[in-house]
Design a protein around this ligand. Structure first.
Ligand code: TYD
Length: 207
């Protein structure tokens, strides 16, 4: 249990899964219930983290450099924002966290799993989100949404469908390994149906 019963909630899924509007929806639900909420994202969430985000999304780099920068940005995010907010009893809603590094760098790019585990244990030993919404859908459906939404795709958005199928499979493995924390959301549905699932989950937190 965290201070004041607040939770650390993360949203995950492949690019084009449709997380953004549902994050806004969840934050509104929490605020309407009188919660103090901070909304944030990874990579990013702090001034240094946002500069690192710009680098990892746009500069070509070695795979291990990429993983290290993700965790460097995360360390800063935890120290400057996530942990102080939770200690003060605020809710934290983040667009991505460490599950994304598992999915993209280990699953998508092939980073050795023991490297990932070492970094995770270094940067946040014994700490995980309370609830993670995993937006799951076929890579091809997501790719169609990304193509509609951006004219200047970043390094990840330029990847092929096979990459995103590996990312998706890695997310599902991670969800299976930690079934208590994950809520798998069928993201190949309309916005209203997905929002109804999220609203139902929120209801269980305030019973
Ligand atoms: P996101 O904010 O979802 O992208 P957008 O704002 O363009 O919708 O995520 C940025 C990208 O960073 C996304 O392609 C996934 C990638 N990423 C990783 O590869 N590893 C990580 O640890 C994180 C947090 C993100």
């Amino acid at each position: 249990m965290r201070a004041g019963g607040a939770k650390f909630i993360t949203f995950e899924g492949i690019d084009g899964a449709g997380k953004s509007s549902q994050i806004e929806f969840l934050v509104r639900q929490l605020v309407e219930r009188g919660c103090s909420v901070i909304q944030t994202r990874e990579p990013g969430g702090t001034p240094l983290g946002e500069r690192l985000r710009d680098l990892v999304l746009h500069e070509a780099m070695d795979l291990e450099t990429e993983a290290l920068l993700m965790f460097a940005a995360r360390r800063e995010h935890l120290a400057q924002r996530i942990l102080p907010a939770l200690a003060a009893g605020q809710w934290v809603v983040s667009d991505r966290f460490t599950d994304a590094t598992y999915a993209y760098q280990v699953g998508g790019r092939g980073l050795a799993e023991d490297r990932f585990r070492a970094l995770e244990a270094w940067v946040h030993p014994g700490f995980q989100p309370d609830v993670t919404f995993l937006f799951d859908l076929p890579a091809e459906v997501a790719a169609g949404r990304v193509a509609q939404g951006t004219d200047r795709p970043d390094r990840f958005e330029r990847e092929q469908a096979e990459f995103f199928e590996r990312v998706r499979a890695a997310y599902l493995r991670r969800a299976t390994a930690d079934g208590q924390r994950f809520r798998i959301i069928g993201a190949d549905r309309n916005r209203e149906a997905i929002a109804a699932d999220i609203e139902a989950e929120v209801g269980t937190w305030f019973r």
